[in-house]
Design a protein around this ligand. Structure first.
Ligand SMILES: O=C([O-])C(=O)C[C@H](O)[C@@H](O)C(=O)[O-]
Ligand SMILES: [Mg+2]
Length: 415
């Protein structure tokens, strides 16, 4: 079965003012929705990937080159993608290429599943679990955007700028979604504030493992001190410092597992991290590790070296969530609850409701053909109109924070 067309639709959807080490989320988050149309027009494979304009430009170079290729030939298609993106200026990085491989692979797998009547997890080797636990992704946040939300809807989550605010946010996440573990985004306040927040979460929810991720905001000495204080409090500490050498220094002095989605983000970075014993947990992310099959392969690799496997997320909608869920279902080594931003953005999804419902903090793996989710074309059109109208083309957390704090310096490490 051959590919007739790849339809690429950039979308924008409201996002709350969530703080991180580079700044604060803007009122709209961006994504790209892919529709891979096959010969007979009846089968359309879905994909979702980054909305930044550079990724979009690469996808647009690739789209015409896919026409006529076999939708089952996902490995061979990587060569087609590489040849197509060679025309890009500046030349794409390995990471940019891999992100395009990932996006195309997911759309192909969805189409293959729809053609064969099998869920994507079956195409990955079968499901080893039927429900996938996710963690509550907690953010320090403002009560509202300075000029209000994009669609004028009042922010239902309220402010969270200290330990009490974060406990309130966590309680609400747990009440609404049933999450059984907590991920705290740090790198926003001085480390002692974030230590106090992590401790408050642990005390308020003693049965919920807590992980803390300051996105490389600390120096090695600071990270060593924080790690010593949070041993026994955290499940793992994610990217306390930038770079694999610093991670190795911190890891050498603590029993707390260190996790990363920043310093090991591709297969060729694994050997050095292993040699240095720099990380104990790698966060997979099919959007930049090369797709769903590469996520399964990463599980095998992590197992070989005794490294744990978790899953990273970024602001996303339901096609990505479905793909993440299938990958987790088919990856035995993925034993940590996965991250997801979905509670922050899911109300603006482009897939029809009914499939992606959290029960006890977990998603049932969709069993329908392909990814098991259906596109809501009206919602897609609305989100695309928002994209066009907004004029937004890249994510700029730093630039947005500087509107409020003009002297804000995002240089890391900060403390
Ligand atoms: O685990 C992580 O590093 C992330 O989830 C990165 C994201 O960009 C997060 O910091 C965010 O959404 O602000
Ligand atoms: Mg992280």
């Amino acid at each position: 079965m051959r590919i007739r067309e790849l339809i690429i639709t950039p979308v924008a959807f409201p996002d709350p003012p969530l703080l991180n080490s580079s700044g604060v989320h803007e009122p709209l988050a961006l994504r790209t929705v892919l529709r891979l149309v096959l010969d007979d027009d009846a089968i359309v494979g879905l994909g979702e990937s980054s909305g930044d304009v550079r990724h979009l430009d690469l996808l647009r170079l690739v789209a015409p080159r896919l026409v006529g290729h076999d939708v089952f030939a996902t490995t061979a298609l990587r060569t087609v993608v590489d040849a197509a993106v060679n025309d890009a200026l500046p030349a794409p990085t390995a990471r940019e290429r891999t992100a395009v491989h990932s996006a195309i692979e997911v759309a192909c797998l969805d189409a293959q599943g729809r053609l064969t009547g099998r869920p994507v997890y079956d195409l990955l080797g079968g499901a080893v679990r039927t429900t996938i636990p996710y963690s509550a992704y907690l953010f320090y946040k403002w009560a509202d955007h300075p000029d209000g939300a994009y669609d004028g809807t009042p922010d239902p989550w309220g402010e969270a700028l200290d330990a009490d605010g974060m406990v309130t946010q966590a309680r609400r996440m747990i009440d609404e979604y049933g999450f059984g573990s907590l991920k705290l985004k740090g790198g926003v306040f001085p480390p002692d504030v974030e230590i106090a927040t992590a401790r408050a979460l642990r005390a308020a929810f003693p049965d919920h493992p807590v992980r803390l991720d300051p996105n490389g905001a600390w120096t090695v000495p600071t990270a060593k001190r924080v790690a010593a204080e949070l041993e026994g409090v955290l499940e793992y500490l994610e990217d306390p410092v930038p770079g694999v050498d610093g991670m190795a220094e911190v890891a050498a002095g603590t029993d707390l597992p260190l996790a990363t989605n920043m310093c090991v983000v591709a297969f060729d970075q694994v050997p050095r991290a292993v040699r240095l014993d720099a990380v104990q947990v790698i966060l997979s992310d099919h959007h930049y590790w090369g797709g769903l099959r590469q996520t399964v392969a990463l599980g095998t690799l992590c197992d070989t070296f005794g490294i744990g496997l978790s899953m990273h997320s970024n602001s996303h909608l339901g096609i990505s969530l479905a793909a993440m869920t299938h990958a987790a279902a088919a990856t035995p080594e993925l034993t940590y609850a996965c991250d997801t931003h979905y509670p922050w953005n899911g109300a603006y999804d482009v897939v029809r409701p009914g499939v992606l419902n959290f029960v006890d903090g977990a998603l049932e793996v969709p069993t329908g053909p392909g990814l098991g989710v259906e596109l809501d074309l009206d919602a897609l059109e609305r989100r695309h109109e928002d994209y066009v109208r907004s004029g937004r083309r890249v994510r700029d957390d730093t630039g947005y924070l500087r509107r409020v704090r003009p002297d804000y310096d995002p240089t890391l490490p900060r403390w």
